[in-house]
Design a protein. Structure first.
Length: 206
């Protein structure tokens, strides 16, 4: 069995390493990695991951306005300050350092739901607010990240079966905003959806 140092060696073939690790994960371990609270993988020196969207817990921490309320301010500096405050509370509470940030995807239709989790309809505004929120969480020191903000992508209707996985919408309306958000330098990664697209699951547990 290869050591954690060998697996994290940048000279290794990434695809081969991923395939190798997938063969070592049983069904229960794969399912456990689909949720927001992911267990540690000690063999790889990976700590537990908490991807919950609240600051620290549901009962502790400052209750900030929803992303839609923050977007209504059209104030990028405010998003930066909120992100910094969220990071301070997470670190002070000793909570997991990997956290989701509000969706940068613009609002599309009020009938789709989850609109309070998005900043608004303007793509540039959404990307800028999400990126600055993430920058506030990361902090100014590039060598010492306060919190590792990640984007969650793959929002699908878990209560509305008529909504489908629209590739044109994704490429023209969503991924362009995600790209702008990353180019602005905020998030450190992305989390793919674990929900169903249409009648069957398109992305298997991994």
């Amino acid at each position: 069995m290869r050591s954690a140092r060998e697996l994290h060696d940048g000279r290794s073939d990434c695809a081969r390493i991923v395939d190798l690790e997938l063969t070592r994960l049983g069904p229960a371990a794969r399912i456990a990695l689909l949720g927001h609270l992911q267990p540690a993988i000690e063999r790889l020196d990976l700590p537990p991951t908490d991807l919950t969207v609240h600051t620290v817990t549901e009962d502790l921490g400052t209750a900030f306005p929803s992303p839609l309320g923050l977007g209504s301010s059209w104030n990028p500096k405010l998003a930066l300050l909120v992100g910094a405050s969220v990071a301070d509370q997470i670190r002070a509470a000793g909570a997991g350092p990997v956290r989701e940030i509000p969706l940068p995807v613009p609002l599309e239709d009020p009938r789709l739901g989850r609109n309070d989790q998005r900043h608004g309809e303007d793509p540039l505004l959404c990307a800028k607010l999400a990126a600055l929120h993430a920058l506030g969480m990361r902090g100014a020191d590039e060598d010492r990240t306060r919190v590792a903000p990640v984007l969650w992508w793959g929002d699908n209707a878990d209560t509305n079966p008529r909504e489908s996985f629209n590739l044109r919408l994704i490429h023209e309306h969503q991924l362009t905003v995600f790209r702008a958000c990353f180019e602005l330098g905020g998030p450190v990664g992305a989390v793919l959806s674990a929900e169903r697209f249409g009648p069957r699951r398109r992305w298997p547990p991994s």
